[in-house]
Design a protein around this ligand. Structure first.
Ligand code: XMP
Length: 516
């Protein structure tokens, strides 16, 4: 897309996606762009309204790239971390090689005559760098210094260039949004152009290519596939066919949800009952990777068979596969000097591994340029219900990776019943929306307990509840003991074969969110 007003040049920072996300949340359209691509577009006379130079892991001293073409645009430029060093060096300032990294929280102080709307005089920010700027270039002023007198921010208002040594895009930086907004609005003079209506228009355009064709969707009922299918349905109508594979590893709430969607949306959803096949394929498997693989392979087999049958019975031919792929899935960072320069590359991401190649289907991915929160905003714009759009994620392999070790129907039932209790109690306590994901896991351990008048020797249910915004890191949710106690009491009383409930207090890292 070349009509985004802010191009974010990626120098390989782990935070580049966050700059894009925060920028869009502030209402400015933006995209991550490769150095190669920006060079090409500028040479073709295409220009954005502003450029952001991201952070990056490399040292300015080993960078032989000529960036003159970027500065020749005379556009407003924001430099972050590596971007600040690059700006300082380009305009004749001095950068010094660091020997040890400055990593973590730091306090920075506004210099006399400088301030940013809504920010106090001192702000707590997130640093992550080796090299640092020691002399400001001519025409630039120092806006911020850290407590040990290191340069933390510079500006040249005339040239509309601003730079920070720290990362305003990460949540660890206080007032990060105010800092970005100050650059976009006060320095660069940009107008907001990114809202749910605009996003919806763009996603709709991505679907238009398939008009008049038969489109297939491996529908899970999760927010991404629901929003993607709803967008596609508006253009394609009944040419969109959603197949929902029931592998028997779902929770009662998932069965309820899919029935509700069948009743309350215009989507053409068909359930494929494949429980028996999945349980058979999982027999004797206890290694997590073996189980995941078996579920994945079986999913494809079942889906493919169904599609062939359907095509034969109805005399139709599917040409597209619709997927709810999101922006983070399609951006793959590559090492800075591959591909002729610092860059990101867009890869084709197959959520339903292997399907398109085998079935010769073209991919239709209306959400491929959006972040998950943006997909949710579109979902609300489309009039989908809040509880559908803000549903917790549920992994493809389902309960298959929440019964540790070997799976059988009795074990699955224990997770289904305990999960239903957890789900009901979260809603009753008004806690569902305050946590990112909550589920139960059956541990393959037997413990002694007392039930009624007798001794019981039964299994353990673990409650896993986490808070996170990106699922890359997560903290365990510190929920009220009265709530935990209620869930524990209900699970041990109502779920047959469970005598004990434990609460997982491991954050990610080191633990993953799922147990397998
Ligand atoms: P982990 O366990 O890696 O989970 O911390 C991060 C998020 O990803 C979900 N997850 C999956 N989703 N297929 C999926 O569709 C999978 O195989 C899978 N494994 C983990 C997990 O539920 C959490 O939201």
């Amino acid at each position: 897309m070349s009509d985004r007003q802010i191009w974010i040049v990626d120098f390989g920072s782990q935070y580049t996606q966050l700059i894009t996300r925060k920028t869009r949340e502030l209402g400015y359209s933006s995209e991550i762009i490769t150095l190669k691509e920006i060079r090409k577009r500028i040479s073709e006379g295409l220009n954005p309204n502003s450029i952001v130079l991201s952070g990056g892991p490399q040292s300015i001293f080993s960078d032989e790239e000529d960036y003159q073409f970027i500065f020749d645009t005379k556009l407003p430029i924001l430099g972050i971390c590596y971007g600040m060093q690059l700006i300082a060096q380009h305009f004749g300032g001095k950068v010094e090689a660091g020997t040890i990294a400055e990593y973590g929280h730091a306090e920075v102080l506004f210099q006399k005559g400088h301030k940013i709307n809504h920010c106090p005089e001192k702000i707590n920010v997130w640093m992550s760098h080796f090299d640092h700027v020691v002399e400001v270039p001519q025409g630039f002023e120092i806006t911020l210094k850290s407590h040990n007198n290191l340069l933390a921010g510079i500006v040249n208002e005339e040239k509309k260039i601003m730079a920070f040594q720290f990362h305003p895009e990460v949540d660890h930086t206080d007032h990060g949004e105010d800092i970005l907004e100050y650059f976009y609005n006060d320095i660069a003079g940009l107008k907001k152009d990114w809202d749910a209506k605009e996003m919806l228009k763009e996603t709709q355009e991505l679907v238009d290519v398939a008009k008049g064709e038969k489109v297939l969707c491996a529908f899970s009922g999760g927010v991404d596939s629901l929003v993607a299918a709803t967008i596609a349905q508006r253009t394609l109508g009944d040419d969109l066919y959603c197949f929902f594979v029931d592998h028997g590893l779902l929770r009662p709430q998932d069965y309820g949800h899919i029935q509700t969607l069948i009743k309350e949306t215009n989507l053409n959803i068909e359930i494929i009952d494949a429980k028996e096949i999945f349980f058979k394929k999982l027999e004797g498997l206890s290694d997590p990777e073996d189980k995941r693989k078996a579920i994945g392979v079986t999913f494809i087999e079942v889906f493919e068979r169904k599609v062939h049958e359907f095509e034969e019975n109805h005399g139709i031919h599917f040409t597209y596969l619709l997927q709810g792929t999101l922006y983070p899935d399609v951006i793959e960072s590559i090492s800075p000097h591959e591909d002729g320069g610092k860059s990101v590359t867009i890869k084709s991401h197959h959520n339903v591994g292997g399907l398109p190649e085998r079935m010769k289907l073209k991919l239709l991915e209306p959400l491929r340029l959006l972040f998950k929160d943006e997909g949710r905003r579109i979902g609300m714009e489309l009039g989908l219900k809040h509880e559908w759009v803000y549903r917790h994620p549920f992994p493809g392999p389902g309960i298959g990776i929440r019964v540790l070790g070997e799976i059988n129907e009795t074990s699955v039932l224990k997770v289904q019943e305990s999960d239903q209790i957890l789900f009901e109690e979260l809603h009753r306590a008004g806690l569902y929306d305050s946590v990112a994901q909550a589920f139960t896991v059956l541990l393959p351990v037997k413990t002694v307990g007392v039930k009624g008048d007798g001794r019981a020797y039964e299994e353990v249910i673990c409650l896993r509840i986490v808070s996170t915004s990106d699922f890359m890191t997560a903290t365990w949710s510190d929920l009220p003991t009265s709530f935990l106690s209620k869930v524990s009491s209900r699970v041990t009383n109502e779920v047959k074969g469970v005598t004990r409930v434990v609460y997982d207090i491991t954050s990610k890292p080191p633990g993953t969110i799922e147990w397998e």
